[in-house]
Design a protein around this ligand. Structure first.
Ligand SMILES: *[C@@H]1O[C@H](CO)[C@@H](O)[C@H](O)[C@H]1NC(C)=O
Ligand SMILES: *[C@@H]1O[C@H](CO)[C@@H](O)[C@H](O)[C@H]1NC(C)=O
Ligand SMILES: *[C@@H]1O[C@H](CO)[C@@H](O)[C@H](O)[C@H]1NC(C)=O
Ligand SMILES: *[C@@H]1O[C@H](CO)[C@@H](O)[C@H](O)[C@H]1NC(C)=O
Ligand SMILES: *[C@@H]1O[C@H](CO)[C@@H](O)[C@H](O)[C@H]1NC(C)=O
Length: 478
């Protein structure tokens, strides 16, 4: 072997080695570049993959902004039995319960919008993310990529009570029986009266409540305790018989001008563009309708999963959710709340039913429970003077009140929302005592001088003064 040859072979080998090395270096640096790309992508995104939901609200913080579609969320875990008695020597003799149905399916309009809009929004979010646009984390996008309409969400099932909703009502029934066992002792006793409006969701809610209250399966609850539902029930759905309310409020766009102003305000526009940016809709932003259906789906799905955040909630920051919830609060304020007198004046009807029931010593009913809708409970809340702000909610007022206002439907109008009054006979006290519970908790009420309980006569006088003779026809005639 000649040195030349050796050298030749050596340099050939060297060349091969060099080629191999270059290949390795190039491919390593290529893959490094790729990594760098995605890291740059990530830097734009601002979110670390592992630390996913850091900017997305979850738990109570999320539930505080889901308005009327949020789940019921009082589990009574910290209940103390004695909290439900005004004085030790008292015994409950009657209970009057008025509640909204539990968590349900979306109605017709929302079902159609979900089916029509969400799949293409989902696909655009995924392709935007692949192109390094938007600020969602990998995990958040993955959840959205896997998202599909919930099976049960169909037009056929629109507005129906879902399993989670039945669970909510079973829980409420159970806890009320635990608090007042002697009032709920017999599910075929003529002392129990349960009534609902004529919708699947309220009928099913009343059955679930009875199931919990009498610890029976749905098929075993006696039918005798249910009064037959009637259309436009004068007590449970009084507002459907109120012509003045229909004409001046419900069907009157000018009654909601604060809402429409807010919907085209800079604040709302800012939220729409924030959400569009976050989801990667760079060239063409989302519309208000699209952002709304994302918010509504976030709320419904979170309710169905017992408070576990829906993938769609990732679209919103806390500030965005505040804006979306305020918009709902504005709507309900003007439609059912303090916004217009006729909204709550007509709600004297169920309150009169309560007073008559408690006043009447001749009938022996121990439980009167009603299952109705947001449209009834909110009007009653306003009639009773609860959660009233010093000033009306307006479009321009958002920044000023956003951290302090009381009319928050996320807290006072969630699925399963309930008001209840209890009448007590107390030893050594000549007058019966009345107690008030909101969402199952003893709650201060102005009719009782801002205590949760007071002598029944005091409460009755305070309300009668306000209600007068409750002339529904006069209140509601044009
Ligand atoms: C939806 O409809 C299907 C088929 O009729 C039924 O099996 C299911 O129980 C319904 N779900 C709800 C929540 O109404
Ligand atoms: C429940 O009430 C019904 C109807 O009044 C009565 O026939 C039945 O004996 C009662 N059951 C119990 C366990 O008290
Ligand atoms: C908000 O956006 C809508 C639709 O693009 C527009 O009509 C409206 O003028 C905007 N509002 C403000 C205050 O800029
Ligand atoms: C009291 O209740 C009974 C039984 O429901 C009823 O017949 C009677 O009219 C009521 N009395 C008053 C004053 O409302
Ligand atoms: C209210 O109006 C309805 C329908 O017009 C009538 O049937 C009812 O008797 C009226 N009630 C009172 C208290 O005037």
């Amino acid at each position: 072997m000649r040195p030349f040859d050796f050298q030749n072979r050596f340099s050939r080998n060297l060349l091969v080695l060099l080629v191999v090395c270059t290949f390795i270096v190039v491919s390593v640096s290529k893959s490094k570049n790729k990594e760098k790309d995605s890291r740059e992508c990530k830097r734009n995104n601002g979110d670390d993959d592992d630390d996913d939901d850091s900017k997305t609200l979850s738990g109570d913080k999320l539930l505080n902004y889901l308005s009327s579609k949020g789940p019921y969320r009082f589990d009574g875990k910290n209940d103390k039995q004695e909290e439900y008695l005004p004085f030790k020597e008292c015994k409950a003799t009657k209970i009057w319960y008025f509640g909204r149905h539990g968590t349900r399916n979306p109605g017709k309009k929302d079902t159609i919008r979900m089916e029509k809009l969400l799949p293409s929004i989902r696909d655009k979010i995924v392709s935007a993310h692949d192109a390094c646009q938007g600020q969602l984390s990998k995990k958040q996008v993955k959840k959205l990529k896997e998202w599909a309409m919930t099976e049960d969400v169909t037009l056929e099932n629109e507005s129906n009570l879902v399993k989670q909703g039945a669970k909510e009502l079973i829980g409420i029934g159970k806890r009320y029986r635990k608090r007042f066992p002697h009032l709920f002792h017999n599910d075929s006793s003529p002392k129990i009266h349960i009534k609902s409006t004529k919708s699947q969701r309220t009928i099913a809610s009343s059955l679930a409540f009875a199931q919990g209250a009498f610890d029976k399966s749905a098929s075993d609850v006696s039918e005798t305790i249910f009064d037959p539902p009637i259309k436009s029930d004068p007590v449970l759905k009084f507002y459907e018989n109120c012509q003045k309310w229909a004409e001046q409020v419900d069907d009157n766009p000018s009654a909601y001008s604060e809402l429409t102003n807010f919907e085209s305000s800079t604040i709302m526009n800012h939220t729409i563009s924030q959400v569009s940016d976050k989801l990667g809709f760079i060239d063409e932003g989302l519309t208000l309708e699209e952002v709304t259906i994302i918010y509504t789906t976030c709320a419904f799905e979170t309710a169905w999963k017992n408070g576990k955040a829906s993938a769609w909630c990732a679209a919103f920051s806390k500030e965005d959710l505040q804006v979306m919830a305020y918009r709902e609060d504005l709507e309900y304020f003007w439609k059912d709340g303090y916004g217009h007198e006729v909204n709550y004046e007509q709600a004297c009807v169920p309150i009169q039913d309560l007073l008559e029931y408690f006043r009447n010593k001749t009938h022996m009913t121990t439980v009167r429970a009603y299952f109705s809708h947001s449209g009834a409970t909110l009007k009653m809340i306003a009639r009773l003077g609860l959660f009233e702000d010093k000033i009306s909610l307006t479009s321009a007022g958002f920044r000023e009140v956003k951290n302090s206002y009381k009319w928050r439907t996320s807290l006072i109008d969630m699925m399963g929302t309930n008001l209840a009054f209890t009448l007590y006979e107390c030893k050594n006290r000549p007058d019966p005592e009345i107690g008030f519970f909101f969402q199952e908790k003893p709650t201060k009420i102005s009719g009782c001088d801002n205590k949760w309980h007071c002598p029944f006569n005091q409460f009755q006088d305070a309300l009668s003064n306000k209600i007068g003779n409750c002339d529904f026809n006069m209140t509601c005639s044009l």
